[in-house]
Design a protein around this ligand. Sequence first.
Ligand code: CTP
Length: 365
Amino acid sequence: MNIINLYEKSENLFFVGGIVRDELLGKKSPDIDLTFVGDAIEFARSLDFGEITQINEEFGSVHLKIDNKTIDITSTRTETYPKKGQLPVVDKIACPLKDDVQRRDFTVNAIAKNCKSGEIVDYVGGIDDLKNKTLRVLHDKSFIDDPTRIIRGLKFAVRFGFELDEHTKKLQDEYLQNVNYEMSFKRLKDELTDAFKLNKQEVLHKFIEQNLYKLLSADQRSAKEVQVQPLVDKYKNEIKNVWICYLGSFDLSNLSLTKTETKVIDDYKKLLSADLSSDFKVYKAFEKVEIESLILLAQTKKEIVEKYLDKLRKIKLQISGEDLIKLGYKPSRKFAQALDAVLQAVIENPTLNHAQQLDMVEKIM
Ligand code: CTP
């Protein structure tokens, strides 16, 4: 049994959302999300193939494993947002498809395709909006219910080269005048990391131009756009958290940052006032910080950062404490000072060879 058998099993099974949008745009979608008009859990249980690996009664959704692939099948549902900006609660399970699509973010993400017949079902004008490269919300309260959609809009706009329709832009502007900071910042962070993972300067450009930074915190003021993408492109193999290279100088206090992300920001802030008046000082200040902190620092100290990343950090001492022990010295605090002194000399003159370095450290000891 394979997934095609599943598609043929019912006329009530639909692809909805990103997968249909991507197919109509001629792009491949990474995951398969299916919507069942009716009760998806009951439907999954009625199948004589596939293994149910997870059930979520509240959302009427189920994970079904077929052919080693896990497919998410969710029941058609309507939702409400009793707490604006927080997760919605399910109102009604097994509603008509027409009602299900109304709970979604943009018309282009509300197009359905019948899995069995292949028929496209578009209740909301999503196909026209796809053709016109337009992002349009389905109702006026969309951003109030779920402000993360503003960042989703940014992501889709840059990913596909789309624009917000005029009314949607007006609703976005209105929301940004009156942001509800009781929102789920976890969801906001997820969308931000996703959007900035695109590693496009355009994301930051729109983020600033459209005042989207207001979502971060009430204290966040406008910021000057700096070129981040060229540097991220240059060192992309070393960067683990691209998003923070773009947003690290904004007020992120509302987002729950991981330990590593917190270290990136703290180190960056310390480096802003560090003494970087010599190559040796730069070397010592930079050697234990993540590259993301340095990319952030490059906003104001680009030349120093690039010199360190391209040149200074490649300089390594050819001697170590082991050499000093072999010379008969006992480990002490002086070891580190002596090695640092040699390091400083090597940074100023990288041609100093092993013997010269050894000679120098002996003299210091
Ligand atoms: N959705 C929504 N509001 C959100 C998140 C999701 O209405 N805040 C709906 C949209 O219909 C979306 C679908 O849920 O298409 C699936 O969400 P998700 O997988 O996050 O997005 P995709 O559209 O599949 O986009 P991506 O390609 O980035 O995964």
